[in-house]
Design a protein around this ligand. Structure first.
Ligand SMILES: CC(C)(COP(=O)(O)OP(=O)(O)OC[C@H]1O[C@@H](n2cnc3c(N)ncnc32)[C@H](O)[C@@H]1OP(=O)(O)O)[C@@H](O)C(=O)NCCC(=O)NCCS
Length: 153
């Protein structure tokens, strides 16, 4: 099984739309509802243009699209927020861990990012376990979100 990160492009619009609108994905996101096609396209155009400071990758498994991983960058603080989702059939195979490791390495080397942050819904046990396995350390919690941090060394 080969896991590869590919910079997202125009050809991935529909895949990313369908993934974003799976209930098991949006219920764990900051905007916990489905999005309309046009809203999605407007958002993606900002990502592709670089204005949004988001680096979006499609996760491929043996060349098949399996999910996405995104780094929202704050260059002035050399930090990035990590967001990941996989289609259900790819869960539980270690793919998310491998994809995040590759992405962290890329962002650290190419963008000099030193701190990686995950903001995880308090009920999202799978994601909390995933990030802990990756060496992220719990920092704080509000009434919905738990924040985790990993320093790149
Ligand atoms: C988060 C996500 C990418 C993890 O995918 P994955 O790599 O396949 O992770 P796994 O299914 O192996 O689960 C990770 C761990 O959580 C555990 N887990 C999975 N589902 C669980 C559940 N419902 N309750 C408790 N633990 C659970 C697994 O057993 C595993 O722990 P282990 O390694 O100790 O066995 C995937 O669940 C997903 O795409 N979810 C929807 C989007 C999302 O929540 N993204 C995260 C936003 S921060």
């Amino acid at each position: 099984m080969k896991v590869n990160l590919k910079k997202a492009n125009e050809d991935d619009k529909k895949f990313l739309f369908d993934l974003r609108n799976k209930d098991y994905v949006y219920k764990n996101s900051g905007t916990p509802r489905m999005v309309e096609w046009q809203e999605h396209i407007n958002w993606l155009e900002r990502v592709f243009s670089g204005q949004a400071n988001k680096y979006l990758f499609v996760i491929e498994v043996d060349r098949e699209r399996a999910g996405q991983v995104r780094f929202d960058i704050e260059l002035e603080n050399k930090q990035a927020i990590v967001n990941i989702s996989l289609l259900k059939k790819f869960h539980g195979k270690g793919i998310a861990k491998e994809a995040i490791e590759q992405g962290i390495d890329k962002m650290a080397k190419e963008k000099e990012i030193k701190k990686f942050i995950a903001e995880i819904h308090q009920d999202n046990t799978a994601s909390q376990k995933l990030f802990e396995k990756l060496g992220f350390v719990f920092q704080s919690q509000d009434d919905i979100w738990r924040t985790y941090l990993k320093k790149y060394v």
